[in-house]
Design a protein around this ligand. Sequence first.
Ligand SMILES: Nc1ncnc2c1ncn2[C@@H]1O[C@H](COP(=O)(O)OP(=O)(O)OP(=O)(O)O)[C@@H](O)[C@H]1O
Length: 475
Amino acid sequence: MSNQVVSTPVQADPSHASGADAATHGEVIGIRGGVVDVRFPQASPRIHDLLYAGSLALEVASLLESGAVRCMALAPVRGLGLGMPVRATGMPIQVPVGDAVLGRMLNVFGEPIDNKPAPASDIRRSIHQPPPALEDRVVHSDILETGIKAIDLLSPIERGGKTGLFGGAGVGKTVLITELINNTVQHYQGVSLFCGIGERSREAEELYREMGDAGVRDKTVMLFGQMNEAPGVRFLVGKTALTMAEYFRDDQKQDVLLLIDNIFRFVQAGAEVSGLMGRMPSRVGYQPTLATELASLEERITSTRNGAITSIQAVYVPADDFTDPAAAHIFSHLSASVVLSRKRASEGLYPAVDPLGSASVMLTPAMVGQRHYDIARAVRRTLAEYEDLRDIIAMLGMEELSAADRATVARARRLERFLTQPFFTTGSFTGNDGKRVPVKDTLDGCETILNQTEFDDNETDYYMIGSLKDLKAKS
Ligand SMILES: Nc1ncnc2c1ncn2[C@@H]1O[C@H](COP(=O)(O)OP(=O)(O)OP(=O)(O)O)[C@@H](O)[C@H]1O
């Protein structure tokens, strides 16, 4: 199964059949990793055109002098040599769109990697599209409930907006995005697209199986350009996903849920390509075109009068440094950010959502209601006060605290534990059955803890439960 995902078949060469003329023929004049230079003696192709050197697909990335072009290779360049002939197709990568791609696992060309025949769609679209015009965009003011307590309470997801799941290596981004798929896709009125960029093929395989088990594969499209694939593929697969999402939104007038794991790998692939293209690196070694490349993808993820694209994107944060230019740029595109903290993960407080670092534009009284807003603020305040008291507790012990501070600590520790939650997707290795908690129960639970004055119960009873009703069952 996993070797299905890792394979990088190339798109059937359309110029082959049509008998391309001399103007479409060039030769390889330079190879530098995944970047290939080609000279065309007559008319040179345009930016984004697809070329073929044998069966190796290339995409024109920039124009050089005297009919030469610089291209990204879309598969390993092994076997390619200087002087080899190259054919231009005269068009960009075009992928199938529409119902035929539903239930399928595809690559950057929209070709199957699930051992089934190619999607039978008459409609193909170029993967390079402009973002919708400003006047066509609409802002939705609706919340997508996830059933995950920490997210629904502190960083509600905007329907038609973009949410980022930020975190360093191994803090639970993939687990969280898989749980979000499990909790939202089944209840979502529309289609879902999952785009795997630069992650492990094993995760793709697991996801494919889980989608099948959850019975949601039929209204989901899965696209992969994984870790082992050429940087050009990792750079473009997000655009393939967007092209399919745009068709569902604009032509079929459907709402689309777009999940991306991991958008940082798109930036990273751009940096790899940029280095090979010979561009001077910019801050922290990133490509000088980071902001425009990211915008070319993010600006297309938007809602119009036709339908909404709600996107949830995992964002790897290198070395847990949130000032990293890639993380900072991605952050600026989002309406909600869920920050995962290594400290909480190391304490086993999963999902490791940082209550003080996570935020959402939806967390206002007008959007979530005054009660939700007040409870979220009180939870944050209590946890922030506990953070401040931690050093004193570490040095002097709990005994030195005033009665009021001791009550704050007791409430905060109960809140921290109450905001953990068993996941459906981790049930097999934690032994805890997953729980989907309605936001009403989350608010009731937090309110009860915030109003608590007697602390004779056991704080560990609050760990890994769903709503407070489970606490009674547990004790
Ligand atoms: N909600 C959870 N419940 C229990 N364990 C979890 C949970 N989330 C994460 N973990 C543990 O943390 C490990 C890493 O999680 P995950 O693969 O999601 O991290 P990641 O942030 O995607 O990592 P990477 O950046 O390396 O891809 C999991 O294999 C699991 O053991």
